[in-house]
Design a protein around this ligand. Structure first.
Ligand code: ADP
Length: 346
């Protein structure tokens, strides 16, 4: 059985086909600069059109969808109702959901007869307790406007937690983990017996750890100060927090390889800040979980940088196993599709 996975961004389309018996990647295509000046791929339709495979061989297509809001707690067969709900959720993820939806619509148009399945970045965090996902804002902010912590990178945290259980030789229901997805975007997750009970990203992926270009946690009054005192527009503040902050903001660089090697004082500071923030999350998740079977490092930084791992683990104050697991969000999406297909046949 072959399952394709589409990760559709605003100007990119990642496409992978898996053989589900062997989990082998049969085809992997990345199309970038869609619709940009000088690009010969004008839109997502042309991008999909340009992929040279026999689409009739596919049993399903899994689509990465960033925001599932409070609607979607698990992977879901796509139909018109699901499409309109993903569209409605665009206000919560304006950069991501419309692009994900475009991938869905194009694939449905080109290959109408095979099941299309949505796999949500937020779904793994759906079962966080209410005290974890609520912000201490007026309650109606949650009731009326759905302002709450959702959490992201769920597909990755879910995948690496299951892989960690395999490595430990234990059932996921018998272990507690702290998983760290440390890439250009980064998040931590406290996982109790297979369930995400807290995570560092919140209403949007901006909260939590210090990332490549995102600030992570800051005093929210800074945002007001930027607007009131510095006369920054909403767009400027948005860009500052999401694109010009984090490691880039402190030292002008977000490639952790270069930052680790740099002798520049600001680069050293940026690293220390990033590491300190990760340690603070590990400490708080340890306090929540009580017992931690393993800390799991993943993502470009977590998988590759021994230096960062060692610094994060220095003087941790409690004893636990440490695992490094390569994440594979696309394979997890394909596995999720398999689950949805099986349920539909029952
Ligand atoms: P994305 O979130 O874009 O998927 P990745 O998971 O690919 O990001 O991670 C990108 C980050 O991983 C970059 O900061 C890069 O510098 C870092 N990285 C990759 N290889 C190494 C390495 N050997 N040592 C330290 N950092 C690394």
């Amino acid at each position: 059985m072959q399952i394709a996975v589409i990760n559709s961004g605003s100007s990119s389309l990642k496409f992978k086909v898996f053989d589900m018996q062997t989990k082998e990647v049969l085809k992997s295509v990345l199309i970038e600069h869609i619709g940009e000046n000088g690009s010969n791929v004008k839109n997502h339709h042309e991008a999909l059109q340009s992929i040279d495979i026999d689409f009739n061989q596919l049993s399903a297509i899994g689509h990465r969808v960033v925001h599932g809001g409070e609607e979607f707690h698990s992977s879901t067969m796509i139909n018109d109702i699901v499409i309109s709900k993903i569209k409605e959720l665009s206000s919560l993820a304006p950069l991501h959901n419309p692009a994900n939806l475009e991938g869905i619509l194009v694939a449905k148009d080109k290959i109408p007869n095979i099941p299309q399945i949505a796999v949500f970045d937020t779904a793994f965090h759906f079962h966080m307790p209410k005290e974890a996902y609520m912000y201490a804002l007026p309650y109606e902010m949650y009731e009326k406007y759905k302002i709450r912590r959702y959490g992201f990178h769920g597909t990755s945290h879910s995948y690496i937690s299951k892989e960690a259980a395999k490595v430990l030789g234990k059932d996921i229901k018998d272990i507690n983990l702290i998983t760290l997805h440390l890439g250009n975007g980064a998040s931590a997750c406290a996982i109790e017996q297979g369930i995400s009970i807290d995570t560092s990203m919140g209403f949007t992926p901006l909260e939590g750890l210090i990332m490549g270009s995102r600030s992570g946690d800051i005093d929210p009054a800074i945002v007001l100060y930027m607007q009131r005192e510095l006369n920054m527009s909403i767009d400027e503040v948005d860009k500052t927090l999401n694109k010009k902050s984090g490691l880039i903001g402190i030292c002008g660089e977000n490639d952790v390889r270069k930052i680790v090697e740099s002798q520049n004082e600001k680069a050293k500071l940026a690293l220390k800040m990033m590491i300190r923030r990760i340690k603070k999350y590990i400490g708080s998740y340890f306090a929540l979980l009580g017992h931690v079977d393993a800390i799991v490092f993943s993502g470009g930084i977590g998988e590759n940088s021994k230096y960062i791992r060692e610094k994060v683990l220095q003087n941790l104050g409690f004893d636990t196993k440490v695992l490094v697991i390569k994440t594979d969000e696309e394979l997890e999406i394909a596995n999720e599709c398999l689950g949805v297909l099986k349920n539909h046949r029952l």
